[in-house]
Write a protein that binds this ligand. Structure first.
Ligand SMILES: [Ca+2]
Ligand SMILES: [Ca+2]
Length: 220
């Protein structure tokens, strides 16, 4: 009797374990590509609330089929015509040309928004602002929503530590300031469901302007 119960229990444990393995085998390790563009370090500036960790290449586990769903998608922005470059540069899959391939937006708090055209499970966001001169961008705030007007949203990154973007009503963010680097900024979005991605910035420590070279959104 005891032996029979033991075997049933063992069978249940094996099926649970093999179920876990099946789920695990459906996941793949994704390694977003770094830019191969040269990144020049300008004169060092004192950056408040600075992230002192050395940048590393992003990698994360996500279900098989997860890919950059922002590629080729329509980008809108807080200003209709950017001073330099086209908004389509942000999702064109090119991030190696920091001279001709970037978008420059007006000074002050500006946003860009990507319409993914449908709701996805979003696992990660990668951002490259203009990495020329090794810049640090201010008030980098990244949000997800299913409403194109962002009436409801989730903030997944916010390094506005001193609340200079107070007009958004978010309060100070707990993210750190960071130097642009070849790997880009990785944001873990933990399978959040959304159709729209909005990214704010408020100039940088090198100039008053806002820039983007590429944004990637990994989802399925
Ligand atoms: Ca690009
Ligand atoms: Ca700030």
């Amino acid at each position: 009797m005891f032996k029979g119960n033991f075997l049933i229990l063992l069978g249940l444990m094996m099926s649970v374990l093999s179920g876990c393995n099946d789920a695990e085998s459906e996941k793949i390790l994704i390694k977003p590509e770094a830019t191969n563009a040269m990144i020049y370090r300008s004169n060092h500036v004192t950056v408040e609330n600075f992230d002192s960790f050395k940048p590393i290449a992003a990698k994360f586990w996500a279900p098989k089929g997860t890919k950059n769903i922002a590629l080729g998608k329509i980008v809108s922005a807080s200003e209709e015509y950017c001073s330099c470059g086209e908004l389509s540069n942000i999702t064109d899959g090119k991030k190696n040309d920091s001279i001709n391939g970037y978008v420059e937006m007006a000074p002050g708090l500006q946003w860009i928004q990507i319409d993914l055209e449908q709701q996805y499970d979003i696992y990660a966001i990668m951002v490259w602002h203009n990495f020329e001169s090794y810049r640090v961008y201010k008030d980098v705030i990244i949000q997800l929503s299913n409403d194109k007007n962002f009436g409801d949203f989730v903030t997944v990154f916010n390094n506005d530590h001193d609340n200079t973007a107070s007009q958004l009503g978010l309060g100070p963010g707990d993210g750190k300031n960071y130097y642009e680097n070849k790997y880009g900024k990785f944001i873990d979005t933990k399978a959040m469901k959304a159709r729209y991605v909005r990214l704010y910035s408020n100039g940088n420590y090198h100039s008053i302007y806002n820039h983007y070279i590429e944004v990637e959104v990994y989802g399925i």
